[in-house]
Design a protein around this ligand. Structure first.
Ligand SMILES: [Zn+2]
Length: 453
């Protein structure tokens, strides 16, 4: 028989249990939404909140001023597909093996979207880059909706992906949601409505039409003048400013619809961009120097306090961080990244002495049976880059090579295929001191480099 006293007891018991649960879950208790925004090819040092002199990112800066800025975040590749595969799986490229366009992320691989979907989230991706995100590559795993558009939709892209995203949100906000939103607007070829915004005095051939024509400018055009280089960089910055306006629109819409206060927004890039840093080349996917792998990473959301984190972190850290923020159990998941949630609490702390890794494929010859991979390991003070030529056959024909595990490092262009930089003295990686560098550091980094690939 249910008495009044027993009802009160039940009510009290339930209240107590809710109170306890809320206390335990605070501050990330409410089923938070997540929007993960990839600004493709945006190098970290071209955002205002990362110290850039031009006002490229007023909306991102505003968001970042109340969030966490990871000053030293690194992508796992300088190329979209492997980098995003690492982001979605929290695995290095050597683990998930999606190192080039024709590779598919194994169907058995558990992705961030799959884990969130299993945990009751509506999931959607708005990308419009059919080249790198084709269904054949398996990055769609776990997404209820996966929009990649047509090849012609690549640019402008935010103008298409953001409205599609907002429409989807209207119909799918009944449950917590996870959105992956991607923009190609900064990506080469650098044309945008902000064509002359940062270089209004330029009078030359490098207008939007020339830029959109693509190939001539981003290849190794050694005849380019310093004035032209300057103008191409202004074009790139114009693309950033254009993309930034859509971040402003997104924030406005989230605020209007009452979703902002319960949504974690993470802004990052899949890789950086060479802007004539060494010679006159533009684009990405050629190396693992910092200009190609140092990327922005900003986390904003309820209860996040404004903070700048100077420690080295990686894109593979994003997945465990999101799962921790949403209080989703990570047990049993094979994650190579580490959660960044310890950084969310303000307070002085020392950076861990961790190693970060990245790689890209520089060349391949199926006929000769080798792949040329450039790989790097980085500490806060040092960076070692190695050119690894992996052969299908034993190395009997290559007497000068050095056998290291399954890889071989052979002489290229008269060098040994190694570069060592002392980042404290040479942050732009201009002086290769591999031959003169401290042998203890070289041995330590080489050991780390080889064991991770
Ligand atoms: Zn990309």
């Amino acid at each position: 028989m249910i008495t009044k006293r027993s009802i009160l007891f039940i009510v009290f018991g339930v209240s107590l249990s809710i109170a306890c649960t809320l206390a335990y879950l605070r501050p990330w208790a409410k089923r938070l939404n997540v929007i993960l925004i990839c600004l493709d090819a945006l190098r970290a040092d071209h955002l205002g909140c990362y110290g850039y002199s031009r006002d490229t990112t007023p909306n991102i800066d505003k968001l970042a001023s109340g969030g966490i800025i990871f000053e030293k975040a690194f992508s796992q590749s300088s190329f979209t597909l492997p980098s995003i595969a690492s982001l979605f799986t929290s695995e290095y490229v050597a683990s998930h093996k999606v190192d080039r366009i024709e590779r598919r992320l194994a169907d058995g691989q558990l992705t961030l979207a799959e884990v969130l979907k299993t945990n009751g989230y509506n999931t959607a991706a708005f990308i419009y880059n059919a080249t790198q995100f084709d269904l054949a590559f398996g990055l769609n795993q776990g997404f209820d909706r996966y929009s990649i558009g047509e090849e012609a939709d690549r640019k402008p892209s935010f103008a298409k992906t953001l409205p599609a995203c907002l429409d989807w949100l209207k119909a799918n906000r009944n449950k917590p949601f996870f959105i992956f939103l991607h923009s190609n607007d900064i990506h080469e070829p650098y044309h945008s409505i902000y064509e002359n915004f940062f270089d209004p005095d330029y009078r030359g051939r490098l207008d939007n039409e020339y830029m959109a024509s693509g190939t001539p400018f981003h290849k190794n055009n050694l005849n380019r003048t310093p004035r032209e280089v300057k103008h191409i960089i202004a074009h790139y910055d114009g693309g950033i400013k254009y993309a930034d306006t859509f971040i402003g629109k997104l924030i406005f819409e989230l605020k209007q619809s009452g979703l902002l206060e319960n949504t974690v927004i993470i802004i990052f890039s899949d890789h950086g961009e060479i802007l004539s840093d060494r010679g006159k080349q533009f684009c990405h996917g050629f190396s693992v120097h910092d200009e190609e792998v140092h990327v922005p990473l900003i986390i904003s959301g309820p209860q996040v306090k404004a903070l700048r984190v100077p420690c080295q972190v990686e894109l593979i850290d994003v997945m465990p961080t999101i799962l921790d923020l949403l209080q989703i159990d990570r047990k049993g998941l094979k994650l190579e990244g580490r959660s960044l949630t310890p950084f969310l609490e303000p307070g002085v702390r020392n950076c861990p002495d961790n190693y970060v890794y990245a790689e890209c494929i520089k060349g391949e010859s199926q006929k000769e049976g080798f792949i040329d991979r450039e790989v790097m390991v980085r500490t806060r003070s040092w960076k070692l880059i190695g050119s690894f030529w992996k052969f299908n056959e034993p190395l009997a024909n290559y007497p000068k090579s050095v056998q290291l595990h399954n890889y071989s490092i052979i002489s290229t262009d008269g060098k040994d295929g190694f570069e060592l930089y002392h980042l404290e003295n040479d942050p732009k990686e201009t002086r290769n001191i591999y031959y003169d560098g401290p042998s203890k550091i070289k041995a330590e980094l080489l050991d780390k480099l080889v064991s991770n690939f």
